[in-house]
Design a protein around this ligand. Structure first.
Ligand code: ZN
Length: 488
């Protein structure tokens, strides 16, 4: 059973065959660093973190690069607005990105190249393209000639003549074709972020950075190039044209694109105070919720974020962490060695092969998550009811379950938190999300206790109904005696 990936280039799932046996060269387009990143910007890093880990889990050695675009008009504008050097802006937001990345507990990449560190290679690429007749200079500006590359449009399935249909293209008279794009542009007087070049002082266009950095890091064809679906055209189309125009060899074998997230739900933005940065999500909710939310859907589907979706995720994580807490508690509680239950062991092995099948099928994380759930259900079904009756088999199964969950937790960057802390966190977040008035609940719970002490059952029942109406139920398992009702 080998890995199959959906290749945007062919439009179908293909068997994954790396260039070099057992090794994978993976490049993912990174962010332009001029502001905090939106949660949608993290769908790529979260998805490709899992892809990379899964490939390593199944025996590949993956070398991964994720770049920082630190040369861009938006950076210049922000620097200008704040009266600082452009590098101050880009370095600040790289550091902020890295904080979010670390808070999400994703694995650091092997390479995080920056444009500013690869200017000589970029200039060399542009020179090479001119030499190869793929690019031309006009007044200090260098353009790539799309007509010089016959497969232009192969990735996005766009044909040059069709691109013009339906809307007039503003033609830059200096260009040989309206779709020719900039490789090098001249700097304006006194503009930061500019370098000397054979065409005068200037800076690179956006697309050339990725193909030049790929060449610098990987030297030749790469196995997988990833990015958001919005990058297919023109960014990735242009990368291919430049890359192949430069080296004459194939640019990349597999193109993997993750889809959008949809956040146009007014309700959602209201509850988040209109701030949808990853930072505010992590601070207000939790990184675990974000990761679970994205991985519970297949990366090629459009994902819609809403309060309801977040609450569903909380309910799901609650079930998983409750099982982990139960397992840990059982291991501690039962003295002596655990005893392995062969039936449960077999079940987990069955899930192993199903997970392998799911993730090898174009990284079907939705199926992976549902299999984790099935395993949790099987574990709970072992029957842990009475604490005093827990025995060596319960202990053995708990140990096995913890180990099994750790294995997939490490791979997926999920389920690695201390259960009791995570359960408290999830409870806090649901109180916030549901807008539950904690003081009022505490007051009612106290009144109910008093009513029960006075054997006033009618009053106690009435208060219980009032609590239910507030979305709260009484719970012995919770330290505060009540918890938010979660529907999964
Ligand atoms: Zn790129």
């Amino acid at each position: 059973m080998s890995l199959a990936v959906y290749n945007t280039m062919s439009g179908k799932k293909e068997k994954f065959v790396p260039l070099e046996e057992g090794k994978v060269k993976l490049y993912l387009c990174g962010p332009t660093v001029y502001d905090y990143l939106h949660i949608g910007n993290f769908r790529g890093p979260i998805t490709f973190n899992l892809m990379r880990n899964w490939m390593e889990f199944t025996g590949y050695k993956v070398e991964m690069a994720y770049n920082y675009t630190d040369v861009d008009d938006k950076i210049l504008k922000r620097a200008n607005d704040e009266g600082v050097a452009p590098g101050v802006i880009s370095e600040k937001y790289i550091a902020e990105f890295e904080k979010d990345f670390a808070a999400l507990k994703l694995r650091p990449h092997d390479h995080n190249p920056k444009v500013t560190e690869h200017i000589p290679e970029i200039i060399e690429s542009v020179q090479k393209l001119i030499e190869n007749g793929k690019a031309y200079e006009v007044d200090g500006e260098v353009f790539f000639s799309v007509k010089s590359y016959e497969n232009y449009g192969q990735l996005s399935k766009k044909k040059l003549d069709e691109l013009d249909e339906g809307h007039r293209v503003e033609v830059d008279q200096r260009k040989r074709d309206a779709h020719d794009f900039v490789l090098w542009k001249p700097a304006k007087e006194g503009e930061g972020l500019s370098w000397e070049s054979p065409w005068g002082r200037g800076r690179p266009g956006w697309h050339i950075e990725c193909s030049a950095m790929i060449q610098a890091i990987f030297k030749g064809t790469i196995d997988i190039h990833g990015g958001g679906i919005d990058l297919i055209f023109p960014h990735h189309e242009n990368e291919i044209a430049q890359g192949e125009g430069c080296t004459g060899c194939k640019y990349c074998n597999y193109w993997i694109h993750n889809n959008f997230i949809n956040m146009n739900d007014e309700k959602m933005s209201k509850s988040l105070g209109n701030i949808m940065t990853a930072r505010s999500f992590i601070e207000n909710y939790d990184g675990e919720i974000l990761k679970y939310m994205f991985l519970s859907a297949h990366y090629r589907t459009v994902f819609s974020v809403s309060d309801d979706r977040v609450l569903q995720v909380i309910a799901a994580l609650n079930r998983i962490y409750n099982a982990l807490e139960l397992a840990q508690e059982t291991v501690k509680m039962v003295d002596g060695d655990g005893q392995v239950d062969s039936g449960f062991k077999k079940k987990l092995e069955g899930f192993d092969s199903k997970i392998k099948k799911a993730l090898n099928d174009d990284f079907n994380t939705a199926e992976f998550i549902s299999l984790i759930f099935e395993a949790v259900r099987s574990f709970n079904a072992l029957g842990f009811g009475n604490k005093k009756k827990r025995n060596a088999v319960h202990k053995g199964c708990s140990e096995m379950f913890i180990e099994w969950m750790n294995k997939y937790g490490e791979m997926s960057a999920l389920f690695n938190e201390a259960p009791s802390q995570m359960l408290n966190k999830l409870d806090e977040v649901s109180i916030k999300l549901k807008g539950i008035d904690k003081e009022k609940v505490e007051e009612l719970v106290q009144k109910r206790g008093e009513a029960r002490d006075n054997k006033d059952w009618e009053a106690a029942d009435k208060i219980r109904d009032e609590l239910a109406a507030l979305g709260v139920e009484l719970s012995d398992g919770s330290s505060r005696g009540w918890r938010v009702v979660l529907n999964d």
